[in-house]
Design a protein. Sequence first.
Length: 148
Amino acid sequence: MDLVIRAAVAFLFVYFLTRVIGRRELSSMQPFDLIMLVMIGDLVQQGVTQNDFSVTGALLVGGTIGLLTVFVSYASYRFPRLRPMLDGDPVIVVEDGKPIDHNLRRNRVTLDELAAAARQSQLDSLDDVRWAVLETNGKISFIPRSAS
């Protein structure tokens, strides 16, 4: 039972940590970020399993993490009021070609990153953008101005 409790606490810690880090950072990982994630995984594993190297312990910990992941996903699906807290909300970062500085700062997105994402979406400049939305997965969606 001790393994299950430690796995649940570790799950909540990692879930909280990913929410604090922010969606933009997680969607554009650099090599250093990948190394940090591996280190966090190793540190969490050591804290959860301690010296228990048994197959039963591994199954308990893996099952607990899996069930909690399914539970969070189901709660987000079943209870729409929890969804913003669990998954976050999309954020508008450009409106009518003008960047919304407050939303960019709050999500730590630079104008250079925004312009690069626009170019990747085949848009010459932000002037061609009606709306740009930072989605909950960290990607930026662009809705171009209509050509009328």
